[in-house]
Ligand binder design. Structure first.
Ligand code: C2O
Ligand code: CU
Length: 487
C-alpha cells in the first residue's frame, strides 16, 4: 500500500519534472549547420598575466557589511579576462596561500601538461612556489579558470576567473556582458561557513547562504536601448542548478559552453555547475528594462536587471541572433566510433548508498548521515570506482584507455535521483541525445545528467590523462571523479 503510494508520487514528480524541463523543444540535428565558417585566426598577441593566489579582504555582503577574507587571483576579485583566438596566454600562478593549488582552464582544449590537475598533469604548486602556464586557446567562447584541488574550499573562498576568447563574431553586438553566478557560504559576520557537509556531500551538495552574480548581490546594468546585448551566463556555483530565462525582451541562445549553435529562442535553459550559455537579447525601448531570472529556484529569482537609457534608441532592424560563426571542432566519426558506458552512481557501502538513493528531502537521509566522518567517506562512484577523498599523491587506475585520434561515443547513465553536470577535460564533445531533457544537438564540455537520465556524447580523443567528473564540487571530491587515459 505504502509502496504503491510512493510509486504514484514518484511518477507524478517525474512527470512534473519532465513537463517543466528546460530548453525549447528543438531540432536534434547538427550543431550549427546554418552558421558560416569562421575565417582562420592570424598570428595573435601574447598576454603576460600574473595570477597571485592570496588572501584579500573584500566586503562580500555589501559596502556596509563586514570584511570577508577571500582567496583571489588579483585585487580584482573576479577577474574577467579577454583574449582572441590566435593569442597566447602566459600566466604565472604564484601561490601565496597556505595550501597547494593549480590552474585549470575549464573548457579550453589545452595540451595535457597545461591542464592544471595536481599529481595527474603537474606537481601541485605549493606555498611560495609558482608555475608558468602557456595556453593558446584554439576555440572562441566563454570559459573560466579555477583550481583543481580542495575545490569546494578554494573556489568557495573565491578563486576563479572568467576567460572570454573572442573571434567568433561576424557581427558585433552593441554590448557584451558577463553574468557569472556563484553563491557564498557566509555567516552574518562575514566569516565562511563549512563548504562541505555530510548531508550536502552525499546528496545535492551544500548550498551557499548568499546568492550572488559577478561576486555581488544582483544589480542593475545599463544597456543601449534597442541594442543587441550578448549576455554570457556562467554557472560557477559549487552546487546549485540554475535555469535562466529572460523576462521583458526577446532572447536567443547563440552558444553553449562557448560553442556557437544555430540560434534558438531562449525559453529557459537548465544549467548545472560549470555550464555556460551565451544569449543574444534585443534590448527594449528607451526607459524600459529586462531581467535575467533563475526559474529553477522555488521562487523565480532575479539574477540581474538591464535598464535602457531614456532618449536614444538604436535604429530598428529585425532581431537576427545569428551573429556567430560556426564552431570549428573535431567531429566524431559516428559510424566507426567505439561505444562505452559510464554509470554515475552512489558508492558501494550500505549507508552511503542508502543515503544517496533517497530523494533530496527525505528526512531519513539526515538520520543515516549523522555521525559519519565526511572526509573518510566516498559517497559517489563512476562505473563503481570511487575517487579516494583527501590528498591524492597516488593515482588510481584510469576509467578507460583510449586511442589518440579515434572517435568515441560514451553513454552516460545517471543511476541516482540527483543532478550531475558531467565534465570531460581537454575535449569539446558533441551531445548526441538525452533521454529526459530536450536539447538541440550541440557541442559542450559539461552536460547535465538529470536524475535517472541517459545521455550520449561523442568526441575525438586527444592525447593525455583527462579528468572526467561531476562538477558538483562535493560530488567530485567524494568519489564521482576519475580520468580517461588517451595514448
Ligand atoms: Cu571545471 Cu575538472 O573542472
Ligand atoms: Cu554530481
Amino acid at each position: 500500500m505504502l509502496t504503491d503510494r510512493r510509486q504514484v508520487l514518484k511518477g507524478l514528480a517525474a512527470a512534473a519534472l519532465a513537463s517543466t524541463a528546460g530548453g525549447s523543444g528543438l531540432l536534434a540535428r547538427t550543431a550549427a549547420p546554418d552558421l558560416p565558417p569562421r575565417p582562420p585566426a592570424g598570428a595573435g598577441r601574447v598576454h603576460d598575466w600574473i595570477f597571485a593566489a592570496a588572501e584579500r579582504p573584500v566586503r562580500l555582503l555589501g559596502p556596509d557589511g563586514p570584511v570577508t577574507t577571500v582567496w583571489s587571483y588579483s585585487d580584482e576579485f573576479l577577474p574577467i579576462k579577454r583574449v582572441r583566438v590566435g593569442d597566447t596566454i602566459r600566466t604565472r600562478l604564484e601561490n601565496r596561500l597556505g595550501e597547494h593549488t593549480a590552474l585549470h582552464w575549464h573548457g579550453v582544449r589545452v595540451p595535457n601538461a597545461m591542464d592544471g590537475v595536481p599529481y595527474l598533469t603537474q606537481a601541485p604548486v605549493t606555498k611560495g612556489e609558482s608555475f608558468l602556464y602557456e595556453v593558446a586557446p584554439p576555440d572562441p567562447g566563454t570559459f573560466f579558470i579555477h583550481p583543481h584541488c580542495n575545490e569546494s574550499g578554494q573556489t568557495g573562498r573565491g578563486l576563479s576567473a572568467v576567460l572570454i576568447v573572442e573571434g567568433d563574431e561576424r557581427r558585433r553586438p552593441d554590448a557584451d556582458l558577463v553574468a557569472a553566478y556563484k553563491d557564498w557560504r557566509l555567516a552574518e559576520d562575514g566569516t565562511w561557513l563549512p563548504f562541505e557537509t555530510p548531508e550536502g556531500a552525499s546528496r545535492a551538495g551544500t548550498y551557499g547562504t548568499v546568492r550572488a552574480v559577478n561576486g555581488v548581490a544582483p544589480t542593475t546594468h545599463r544597456v543601449p536601448a534597442g541594442g543587441d546585448i550578448r549576455l554570457r551566463i556562467l554557472n560557477l556555483d559549487a552546487t546549485r542548478v540554475i535555469e535562466p530565462g529572460i523576462e521583458g525582451a526577446e532572447a536567443a541562445v547563440i552558444a553553449i559552453d562557448g560553442n556557437a549553435v544555430t540560434p534558438f529562442p531562449l525559453d529557459t535553459w537548465r544549467m548545472g555547475p560549470a555550464m555556460r550559455i551565451d544569449v543574444l537579447v534585443r534590448a527594449p525601448a528607451p526607459g524600459e528594462s529586462f531581467r535575467l531570472i533563475d526559474y529553477f529556484s522555488a521562487e523565480p529569482w532575479t539574477l540581474a536587471t538591464y535598464e535602457t537609457a531614456k532618449g536614444e534608441a538604436r535604429p530598428k532592424r529585425a532581431f537576427d541572433p545569428a551573429i556567430l560563426y560556426a564552431p570549428d571542432l573535431p567531429r566524431a566519426d559516428l559510424r566507426n566510433a567505439q561505444r562505452l558506458n559510464y554509470t554515475f552512481s552512489a558508492a558501494s557501502g550500505a549507508v552511503t548508498e542508502a543515503a544517496a538513493m533517497l530523494t533530496p528531502d527525505d528526512p531519513l537521509a539526515k538520520i543515516l548521515l549523522d555521525g559519519l566522518c565526511v572526509r573518510d567517506t566516498s559517497f559517489w562512484a563512476i562505473n563503481k570506482a570511487s575517487w579516494a577523498s583527501g590528498s591524492q599523491p597516488q593515482m588510481p587506475p584510469p576509467l578507460g584507455l583510449f586511442e589518440t585520434g579515434r572517435s568515441y561515443v560514451l553513454e552516460l547513465m545517471n543511476a541516482t535521483p540527483h543532478h550531475h553536470p558531467i565534465h570531460l577535460h581537454g575535449h569539446t564533445f558533441e551531445v548526441l541525445s538525452a533521454s529526459r531533457l530536450k536539447r538541440p544537438r550541440h557541442f559542450a564540455d559539461t552536460v547535465l545528467l538529470q536524475p535517472k537520465e541517459r545521455i550520449e556524447i561523442a568526441f575525438v580523443a586527444a592525447p593525455g590523462n583527462w579528468m572526467f567528473h561531476c562538477h558538483v564540487l562535493e560530488h567530485m571530491e567524494y568519489g564521482m571523479m576519475g580520468y580517461l587515459r588517451v595514448a
